[in-house]
Design a protein around this ligand. Structure first.
Ligand SMILES: [Zn+2]
Length: 132
């Protein structure tokens, strides 16, 4: 949060404290303002938060989004296995927010591979999955 942006000389913290509220990337907790915050008041992370001002609407096919989420989930899992990182927690939190925007699509075809495997196991009792 204290890295200086070479373009304008401001720290990440200064940039974010000059904008209005947003939410924690990791836990989704919201704040009306980032002013004076050293860390997330809900989970304590010092990671860069999401500013409401930076929310965007995009058009993407559900299958494309699933591909991105499954790859991100898999990569985060591998990174977390290699070293204690917590990337998976962040990716899962992002996927939950995406999931909540389209409950019908997510129930039909989950964004997470682990959720899809759980769905298959539930549908076909006795199914075992190896390699995860
Ligand atoms: Zn948090």
């Amino acid at each position: 949060m204290n890295e200086v942006n070479p373009k304008d000389g401001r720290t990440v913290r200064e940039v974010y404290t000059n904008k209005k509220g947003g939410f924690c990337t990791e836990c989704g907790g919201t704040v009306e303002s980032f002013g004076g915050l050293e860390k997330c008041p809900f989970c304590g992370t010092k990671g860069v938060p999401c500013v409401f001002q930076d929310d965007v609407n995009i058009v993407i096919n559900w299958h494309e989004l699933r591909i991105l989420c499954v790859w991100a989930e898999n990569w985060a899992l591998q990174c977390d296995k290699a070293k204690d990182g917590g990337l998976q927690k962040t990716i899962i939190s992002i996927m939950r927010r995406l999931h909540a925007q389209h409950l019908d699509k997510a129930q039909e075809s989950p964004l997470s591979l682990l959720a899809e495997i759980a769905q298959i196991k539930e549908k076909y009792s006795g199914t075992e999955v190896e390699g995860l």
